[in-house]
Structure formats: structure tokens, C-alpha cells
Ligand binder design. Sequence first.
Ligand code: B1M
Length: 233
Amino acid sequence: MADQIEDGDDFDLAALPDDELVEQMHDDLYNGLRDEIAEATNILLGRGWSASRVLDEALVEGMRIVGVDFRDGILFVPEVLMAANAMKGGMEIIRPLLSETGAETVGKIVIGTVKGDIHDIGKNLVAMMMEGAGFEVIDIGINIPVETYIEELEKHKPDILGMSALLTTTMPYMKVVIDTMKEKGIRDDYIVLVGGAPLNEAFGNAVGADAYCRDAGVAVETAKALIQQRRAA
Ligand code: B1M
């Protein structure tokens, strides 16, 4: 990482040339500085940058660095949540502009924690990291029954269904959802990703998911790779 600017109050982001400002944004995301991210986003837009360029070069790239350090055990959950919150400060400004220009998102995901389970910290983290990577995320919440999963899939037509479970008693419910998708003939319309502390790859295979994701960083990388494969095919 580049040197950190400690004293945000005395520091004029608008005085930085574009390349240094972008690098500063990567640092500010890393440090979870939401106001600075919002300010720098506005500065770049004011200098004529397109919304998608700010998204790709400043925000998504900054969150990619966060994701790598989270994966490697350099950053931990609280820091990643702060980074994701800072990212939201930029996204709030960028999102309406992106929809105006009709820019294509990286992909769309519907994500929820399965029926009987109210744990949502990990799911929220995955949702935020996916958003940080440029995905459109529809977070349908916790304690989600199969009927709701199916309704939300039909309503939003995402590329991906993501399911989270933290209890050994609720993780088998993922199979109920996937089996119901098979019965309805819609299983192959979606990439199904599963995650949660008690799961593993063998479990993901056994329930018929496309992949098990160990953490939020892996979820983003897997989602991107599988969407790319699907689009190429
Ligand atoms: Co609960 N709980 N809890 N709990 N809780 C566990 C899971 C437990 C292991 C604690 C323990 O006993 N050691 C245990 C489960 C045991 C088991 O199943 N064998 C347990 C229990 C028993 C319970 C209750 C039954 C307790 C009770 O009431 N007697 C109860 C269940 C309620 C219910 O769900 N019906 C309960 C309640 C709660 C709280 C409400 C107090 C709270 C949840 C708050 C919340 O989520 N808003 C809570 C918490 C915080 C935990 C622990 C301590 C922490 C979970 C967490 O947030 N981890 C947990 C112990 C533990 O795991 N160490 C525990 C941090 C989070 C970032 O990690 O969720 O794994 P994680 O997410 C990761 C990856 O797994 C992956 O990416 C995330 C980010 O890297 N991932 C995905 C997760 N979902 C994904 C989805 C994807 C992809 C990746 O889709 C694409």
C-alpha cells in the first residue's frame, strides 16, 4: 500500500492529480474512510471521469486489494466491514449515474440465509464485497424459506443464487432449495454458490451447488470466474 495520510482534516484531496487521488482512494478504502471516498468520488466525476471509470479504477480496484488482504489474513472482519462501508459512500454517488448510462454490471446475485438460520454477518460481508466488485446484489435477508428463494429468483432473474448457513441443523436446507429448483426445471438457469462456517467443498458438491465459497473474497472470485465461463459458453 502507498503511504497513509494520517490527518484527513489538513489534507486537500482536490489538490491531488488524478493518479495520486486514485491511489489515495485505494488507501482510504483500505482504512474505511467513507467521507473521504465520497469526496474523492465527486472530485473525479467533476473532472470528467465517467461513473464506470471511477467504479472500476478507484472503487473496485481498492476493494480488490482489501479482498486480497482479507483472504491472506492481513485484514479481519471489522476492517473489511469498514472498507465495505466506505465503498458504499462512493457507490451511493455512482449508482444513479450508472443506471442513467445503462452500464452493464459484472453480474447480479440474489443472496440470503436459509430457513431456520438468523446469522447474517458473513452473508452481509459477502454481499458488500460482491457489491464492491461491481455486482448488483439483492440481499433477501435471513430465515429464507424455499418459496421465497424461488420467488426472488423469478422476480430478479439474477446470474447467481447465493445461500448462507451457519448451523449444522440448517445447512441441509440448501439441498431442499436446490432440489426444488431442479423439480421446477430452473436449476441450470442459475449459478448456485453456498457458504458458511460449517460447510465445506464436499458438502457443496453433495447438495448440488456449483461451488462452495470459503470466504467473501473467494465468493467474489468464484462468482466472476463462473459468470465469465457461462458467458463464454
Ligand atoms: Co450463533 N452459532 N447461534 N449466533 N454464532 C455459531 C454459528 C456457533 C458455531 C457458535 C458455537 O457454538 N461455537 C453455533 C453453531 C453450532 C452448530 O451448528 N453446530 C451457534 C449457535 C448454536 C447459535 C444458536 C442456536 C444459539 C442459541 O440460541 N442457543 C443461535 C441460532 C439462532 C438461529 O440462527 N436460529 C445463535 C445465535 C447467534 C447470534 C444471534 C447471537 C449471533 C448472530 C448475529 C448475526 O449474525 N447477526 C451469533 C453469532 C455471532 C455466532 C458466531 C459467534 C459468529 C458467526 C459470525 O458472524 N462469524 C458463531 C461462531 C463462529 O462461527 N465462530 C456462531 C463471522 C462471519 C464473517 O463468518 O458467517 O462464517 P461466517 O461467514 C464467512 C464465510 O463462512 C463465508 O464468507 C463469510 C465472510 O468471509 N460465507 C459465505 C458465509 N456465508 C456465505 C454465503 C456465500 C458465500 C460465502 O454465498 C455465496
